[in-house]
Design a binder for this molecule. Structure first.
Ligand SMILES: Cc1cc2nc3c(=O)[nH]c(=O)nc-3n(C[C@H](O)[C@H](O)[C@H](O)COP(=O)(O)OP(=O)(O)OC[C@H]3O[C@@H](n4cnc5c(N)ncnc54)[C@H](O)[C@@H]3O)c2cc1C
Length: 407
């Protein structure tokens, strides 16, 4: 077992995805002692479309992080190309970037370490049941050799993603997977396999079985990521065959080497947690639940929650006993703002005939898809600066009339 500089921390952050790293960076820059623990060896592959939307960049900008992604070769996005039943619709979509998750998550971890965070990968964390005798939260860490150590934190931020199990000993946090939930898959193909996808364009092929997004990454390789209906399994047990069917139905080219690629799976996607906080244990990002990847919202939501959770812990006027109510209201507020369009689009995509009709309409009246994109990326930008993030935390304080009225 690696030894840490301390067994007692201000905050232990579990999971080094965007939610965990952003929270850790903000807290450490404010002088808090933070341990960031990650189960996998970094850098690691993550099933993802690798597109950061303008809301995500807006939040990262508050911490001067988005320029690091651009400096590392992130590709600016200017177009979204939807394909369905042989039809194609191009929608201008400026403001986002594409970057591989290996690179992006590593850059955020490096920024965390630079800010003073102690980072440990290859280490699985488990939040222990709460104790009456102490308000400090115990976390059990198990390294890749199976050695175990117990440490404690005044607060614990859980950002362990969709398949995380850091809360499996805490019965108060259950997860409900929605009926008809799709499952996720991703693969990287080498640059020479590119079937004609333009740099800076997000290509999305949709069909009866699900949808597949493809983008060119910073090194020229192609990232394919998909959400597929579990019913599709009746048609084939081979992942690449299912995805080939979706591409062909949509009228997209199937790249060479597609069948032999290494496909990484994600669990059933649409899920919800029974609660988002208990005492000083706060959940962030996908750990709070997820809808679907189509709108490219997941990372925006994750970084926004990471920053908001850190602001809550740093806010001198919120006491420890108020964290649970405050954080629950903050998450509910973010969910209400963001999930509504994601749900609408996800259910629209399950009806290929409607998608085709929508695309026809979009061609005739280009303002319609433009309006949908503006609904997704423009209205909800609570973090114009860090004091705005603080105001979210504050407005979610128990007893605040403005927030109470909206719930
Ligand atoms: C197919 C697909 C495509 C997507 N495309 C996009 C897209 O284009 N744009 C977008 O914004 N979002 C996209 N998303 C969503 C996005 O990937 C997630 O919303 C985002 O990664 C959530 O970040 P997070 O920090 O909450 O969790 P994650 O990024 O999942 O990070 C969680 C981390 O916690 C670690 N962990 C798990 N358990 C433990 C433990 N017990 N101890 C320590 N560490 C642990 C994991 O190894 C992981 O590194 C997509 C998702 C899918 C499935």
């Amino acid at each position: 077992m690696n030894s840490f500089s301390s067994t007692s921390w201000d905050t232990i952050v579990i999971g080094a995805g965007p939610a965990g790293s952003v929270a850790a960076i903000r807290l450490a820059r404010a002088g808090r002692r933070v341990l960031l623990v990650e189960k996998k060896a970094f850098p690691r592959f993550k099933v993802c479309g690798c597109c950061l939307n303008p809301n995500a960049l807006n939040t990262l900008d508050q911490l001067d992080l988005s320029s690091r992604l651009l400096d590392a070769g992130a590709i600016p996005v200017d177009q979204f190309r939807l394909r369905s039943r042989g039809r194609e619709l191009n929608i201008p979509m400026p403001g986002g970037i594409v970057i591989s998750r290996q690179k992006m998550d590593m850059i955020l971890v490096e920024a965390a370490v630079e800010a003073g965070v102690e980072f440990q990968d290859n280490m699985s964390a488990l939040v222990m049941p709460s104790r009456e005798s102490s308000s400090a939260i115990q976390v059990e860490l198990t390294d890749s050799e199976g050695d175990v150590q117990v440490i404690e934190g005044a607060s614990v931020l859980v950002a362990d993603g969709l398949s995380g199990s850091a809360l499996k000993l805490r019965d108060e946090f259950s997860t409900t997977v929605e009926e008809h939930s799709y499952f996720g898959m991703s693969a990287h193909l080498p640059p020479e396999a590119n079937p004609g996808i333009d740099w800076g364009t997000i290509e999305m092929a949709t069909g009866k079985l699900g949808y597949i997004g493809s983008v060119v990454l910073e090194d020229g390789s192609i990232n394919y990521s998909s959400a597929i209906s579990p019913q599709a399994r009746k048609q084939s047990s081979s992942n690449s065959e299912l995805l080939t069917m979706v591409l062909k139905e949509a009228g997209s080219a199937v790249p060479e080497g597609f069948h032999d690629s290494e496909w990484h799976g994600a669990p059933l996607l649409s899920r919800r947690r029974s609660r988002f906080a208990a005492g000083s244990v706060l959940l962030m990002g996908d750990a709070t639940g997820y809808v679907e990847p189509f709108t490219g919202e997941g990372m925006a939501w994750a970084v926004e929650m990471g920053l908001s959770a850190a602001e809550l812990l740093l806010n001198p006027s919120v006491t420890e006993s108020e964290y649970e109510t405050s954080w629950t209201r903050t998450v509910e507020k973010l969910r209400a703002e963001r999930h509504i369009w994601c749900r609408r689009l996800s259910s629209f995509l399950r009806k290929p005939k409607l998608v085709s009709a929508g695309m026809l309409l979009g061609r005739l009246v280009p303002a319609v898809p433009g309006w949908i994109v503006s609904q997704l990326y423009e209205p909800n930008q609570p973090h114009k600066n860090i004091s705005d993030a603080q105001s979210i935390a504050l407005s979610a304080k128990p007893g605040n009339k403005a927030t109470s009225a909206s719930h």
